[in-house]
Design a protein around this ligand. Sequence first.
Ligand SMILES: *[C@@H]1O[C@H](CO)[C@@H](O)[C@H](O)[C@H]1NC(C)=O
Ligand SMILES: *[C@@H]1O[C@H](CO)[C@@H](O)[C@H](O)[C@H]1NC(C)=O
Ligand SMILES: *[C@@H]1O[C@H](CO)[C@@H](O)[C@H](O)[C@H]1NC(C)=O
Length: 775
Amino acid sequence: MKGKWSCSFLGALPIFLLVVGDMTAEARNIRRNVTIGTGGTDSANEQACQKPVARETAIANIFKPIDNIAPRFATQQTHPFRVEGYHRNNVPIHTNKFYVNLLLDKQDKPVYCHPYTVAWTGCTKENAKENNCHYGMGVTQTDIGDVKYGPGEPAQYYFNPIDKHAIALSAKELGEDSQMTLENPTAFSVTAVLSSPANKKPIIKTNLVQGMGFVTVEYYNSTPMIQSGIGIKSLTPGDTVAGPGFSKIIATLEDKTQWVIYIISSSSSTQPSRPMFTKQGNNTYVGKPNFHGIIQLAKIPLDWTNTQEYDKLAGSYAMGATLSASVNRNAGAYTISWQKGGIANRPLLMFALPHHVQSMSPESRKRLTTIRLRTTTKGMAQGLIGDSMSLTEDRLPHDVHYRPWSQIGQARGCSLNRTTKDFIAKVARTEIQTGITKRLATEPSIYWAGKIMGGYASLVRATADFLQDRQLLDEGLKQLKTSLGVWISGRQPYPMVYESTWGGIITGWANRANDIRVDYGNALYNDHNFHYGYFVYTAAVIASLDPSWLNAENKAWVNSLIRDYANPVDDKYFPFSRSFDWYHGHSWATGLDNFADGKSEESSSEDAFSLFAIKLWGEATRDHETEARASLQLAILKRSISNYFLMEKNNINHPASFVPNKVVGILFENKVDHATWFGRNPEYIHGIHMLPMTPISGYIRSKDFDIEEWQQKTNPNTFRPKDKVWTGILRAMQANHDPHGSYKFFASSDFDNTLLQQGESRAYYLMYSAILAGF
Ligand SMILES: *[C@@H]1O[C@H](CO)[C@@H](O)[C@H](O)[C@H]1NC(C)=O
Ligand SMILES: *[C@@H]1O[C@H](CO)[C@@H](O)[C@H](O)[C@H]1NC(C)=O
Ligand SMILES: *[C@@H]1O[C@H](CO)[C@@H](O)[C@H](O)[C@H]1NC(C)=O
């Protein structure tokens, strides 16, 4: 038994001394009994107590395909939402990326590039009245003083006004009938082309890249126009900028903000002569015809008195980006590299978000500038010079598996004392015997079926780890295999289908009900990470307890779901990383919903859980790249959640009057609403960022945040949920900082099961808090 029980010594020494003989004998039995199937010699109990075999090898490239076969689902050829402006050549198209508004409907909703917001503007009766009518690319960037707040203290929500474009870069040749087509939609960028329908020749083009340093519009022998919805007070030629064909204008707007505009002709002989632009009516300036070159736009930070910093950088622009990443045990590194257009010897200006700046490699950090502009909902962006940005994370959740994990440090015990174990075993027996197969037989919702299975899977795995009851474990495992088997073989009420217009797996319920919005808009690609994460987790639990379950069919099915929401590569069937945005460091839940406020995400905890599920699946299938990739994503997500979703009192990324809400609620690209999609009860808003409770909750949530949230918002002395079914999750999360209190609550003799939602297990919460408490 060398070293086998060593972890007991760390946290639970007294218990160990009391029950050592008993435990060891029992453990020996269990060790034999729990080894099911053909796979390994590891027992489940050993895995719980010991760390699973750690990945020791360094992985230089974590983006290796997990599978390349066609997903085995019935194919649905057409999706109710057509792809606008992009002719797909049989490749999947992104559904949850920042520019997807341009692929939908009238293509007129904004794109949030951070710090610049860009929209294809047109003329309607309304905006014509407000001088906001122009046919080109309208640009806004809002400062803290522009922000609008909802009622209350702290403010219920805040948003950035974007109805009036600060500057629109347009061309005289553009009009009512212009068309927008899109080129190269990738995970980080897209190119928008505006052309005339007559000859299809581009009039202007713009590359929309996350974090782009300038808004850059390429002109193709057209007549540039500069317009403004706010109003142009003056347009004055700037001082000279080095380089032939290079000139500069300073635009002062009616709101006193200033923008610098660089005009760079692609032919060095055609130095633009002055005046380059002449006023034509209110807020419209027209340039010389037949301009071939680029016009670049940047907001001048409020406290600046000159534009020297920009002058050195104008002329080049980002056209797209690529990502590379490596993981070495507990440390990960990733690099976003940009393809550059424009003048070759001009360095590139890009923007880094606050979580980038925190995790930047020393080499990249040296290239940070003093340029700081506010993003819409992620605080201040900081300018960075160069063609790439390297970021590192050195606290990957290498040691977070199924065993309770918390930052307070007690999570070291592996066994429960006799009293505790007997008590919990009784609760677990009832829950396991109640089972889930009957309940799931009629469940049409992928989300709810997943939640119920996933919660039960946590219970079954903890039963294997801490209760040493072979029969009970067998019963639970059988329930899991049967339930998941129904989905894998497509016998659920509405089988999933592979949809080949955009490229992905969606619910068949939408088609049958003729309602695209059923199941939270799964068929619109909303929430796929949330929905499918529960299935991947359930599969990982089964495989961890019975490796023989991993036959080709089961494995391929689970891999298909992972490829749908978290494909490590672009392949024929699924886009790369549908949900997780590697620039923002978290996922967007919004799919093909065309919101003016952009993409959004509510449940940061289910985002984390969906990646944790992939990490555990990678472990169960010994796919080291997958395990490493999900671990790195979790480390990045931990950072972005603590910057943007869960607000400690010193948070500086959200406005001061919003921070005391503690949790954002729904984080959009342009708005933050302290709310949920299903109501404004505080228990919903806090609870949706907690569930499901698993060991990754303890990793993601900082100890300080946990305590602040408990003391100020969720503790039962000052707060009683109106919808009491949300009580369970609030009390389960208490275990991360106060396991004794959490245990006492769930152990109470008159515990009321109606405090739990479907998919929550009292026995699991008891085991979780008991282990953290050292019982
Ligand atoms: C310009 O603005 C003035 C004052 O707001 C208005 O009276 C006039 O009609 C506008 N001209 C055009 C061409 O829109
Ligand atoms: C065993 O666990 C119970 C909680 O169920 C706790 O009250 C008791 O102190 C523990 N006993 C020992 C010896 O640690
Ligand atoms: C383990 O299995 C053996 C039979 O193979 C049985 O005798 C024993 O009671 C089992 N132990 C437990 C704890 O279930």
